[in-house]
Design a protein. Structure first.
Length: 237
């Protein structure tokens, strides 16, 4: 009886793990952000670190008030930008692709999407020049967040992937800067707004996170998993 309980307990854990990873890697809906009433601020969200309080052991948030994130856009339709991306960005993505041991949810998903982003750029660059971009956020000349954007519909650009440095996503880390993903997203919304876009779309695995920040679920935009060139990857590495 004890062995039976252990066995079914193992199956339950395995099932929950499979369900979690399917939900993590196969998002099936888009979030949408209305840019019509969006008022961009002058400054992006600032970089911050965590420092452990030696007295309590708690993590204390420290904001960098002197430095900030810098941003760059690579237009994949331009051969010069594509070449620069391959030199300046792709090596970072390939390094992030390697999962960190022990595995943690946020850092593992960041590693997955880093590899997925690199693969998508490789796949698209061999075809007719696509209306796509890669956006990058750097901190002190080091890449900390990267995003892949589909501009097929200029009135509503699609943020297909947004990933950050997996090392910075680890629980309790105190050495890597935080906030790059939020700052990059803010930069993208400002860019889209400046181009006259009406809205922005985001393929998300963290719906509540974005719902709390003004995004809404786009019930009119469903992904055709079998046919879409822009689907979120549902295969392991």
């Amino acid at each position: 009886m004890k062995f039976k309980n252990i066995f079914f307990g193992f199956l339950k854990t395995l099932l929950l793990t499979v369900v979690f990873h399917i939900g993590l890697l196969c998002a099936n809906e888009y979030m949408i952000f209305d840019l019509q009433n969006y008022q961009p601020t002058d400054n992006s969200p600032p970089p911050y670190f965590f420092q452990r309080d030696p007295a309590t052991g708690d993590l204390v948030r420290l904001t960098d008030t002197e430095g900030g994130f810098q941003f760059k856009t690579y237009n994949l339709q331009l051969k010069a930008d594509l070449a620069q991306y391959k030199i300046e960005v792709k090596p970072t993505l390939l390094r992030w692709k390697e999962k960190i041991i022990p595995l943690e949810k946020d850092s593992s998903s960041s590693s997955f999407f880093s590899g997925d982003l690199a693969n998508k750029v490789d796949a698209q660059s061999s075809k007719r020049p696509p209306p796509r971009e890669v956006h990058v956020a750097t901190y002190k000349d080091r890449i900390e967040a990267v995003s892949y954007v589909n501009n097929r519909k200029p009135e509503s650009p699609e943020i297909d992937i947004l990933t950050a440095n997996p090392e910075g996503m680890r629980v309790g880390q105190t050495t890597n800067v935080k906030g790059a993903g939020s700052a990059l997203l803010d930069y993208e919304l400002k860019t889209f707004k400046g181009r006259g876009a009406e809205s922005a779309q985001l393929l998300s695995i963290r719906d509540k996170y974005y719902l709390d920040r003004g995004w809404k679920i786009d019930f009119d935009h469903w992904i055709e998993v079998e046919d879409s060139d822009d689907q979120s990857s549902c295969e392991g590495e």
